[in-house]
Write a protein that binds this ligand. Structure first.
Ligand SMILES: [Zn+2]
Length: 67
């Protein structure tokens, strides 16, 4: 079985996804399900995830790492 987000090999802990990142991306797709994403391109999903993380107030950790 492969990750439905990025097609990488699934990890048991995050099945059917390969990582928490992809599980979060899928969640972002659901949370943003009221509008249609422009494409299934991973970069668009990244943007959707960032927007979702901002909305949830969980994006602080990744922002901090970039300083
Ligand atoms: Zn993945």
């Amino acid at each position: 079985m492969s990750c439905p987000i990025c097609d990488a090999e699934s990890q048991k802990a995050y099945r059917p996804f390969c990582s928490k990142r992809c599980a979060d991306l899928d969640l972002a797709k659901w949370l943003n399900g009221s509008y249609t994403l422009p494409s299934q391109d991973p970069e668009d999903l990244e943007k959707a995830l960032e927007a979702t993380e901002e909305a949830l107030g969980q994006g602080k950790n990744t922002q901090t790492l970039k300083h």
